[in-house]
Design a protein around this ligand. Sequence first.
Ligand SMILES: [Zn+2]
Ligand SMILES: [Zn+2]
Length: 254
Amino acid sequence: MARYHKSVANIFARIADCIIPRRCAGCKKPHETLCVLCAQQSFEPWIRCFVCGARRTTGSFCPGSCRAKTPKALKKIYWAGPYDKALREAIGQLKYKKRKELAERLGKLLAQKFYAVFCNVRSRPSNTSKPDFEYVVVPIPLHPNKERSRGFNQALLIARVFAKEIGAPMIADVLIKTIDTEPQARIASREERLKNLTGAFAVSKSDFNSTYGSRTSIILVDDVATTGATLFEASRTLEKAGISTIIGFVVAHG
Ligand SMILES: [Zn+2]
Ligand SMILES: [Zn+2]
């Protein structure tokens, strides 16, 4: 039955696409979500420090002042590309024009970063050797009010595709957002952004370590990170619950 509904939905989507063609969020080419060219032009295969932008080889923050700004359990943050041009437009259209199909391309682009970082290849290899740690994918949650008004959580849609691509389980309900905070984009200063999110998350799976093992790492997934306030606060919350290794993967940074 579900398959029937899906195929009917696909037929309607194709008819709608013929009448008003979907366009690439980047170059406006018709019948595309985010075309391969635009996605690849945005993609950065190299690794940089999230805090200062310096090129790194290990993927961690620069030791010293950059590391001092980040929670201890948050070991690394990777992002697929800069938050401008095609990625900014694609993420905006996903969230505000509800073009949910964009999550597929964005999730795959994020997985491409995963493979670039951990396997030193630009795309998914046919014979993948997985990193030597166990990990689960956790999307940054929205407050239930926000999720209700938007109709979906874009981070969850992206995380679902990403998790499938890298062959890891996604657990959507590890973290919950308990305070309906002011949107971060409306707050200018880094300090205010950090303050805005203080205490905004809670861990709903207090038995995470006993269920998944204390060596299990969490990969936190979000669409955008600017100052990193959301990833930092979510990591601090997980850290307090006993999670010792967290890696951030976000589609765009800037
Ligand atoms: Zn394009
Ligand atoms: Zn740095």
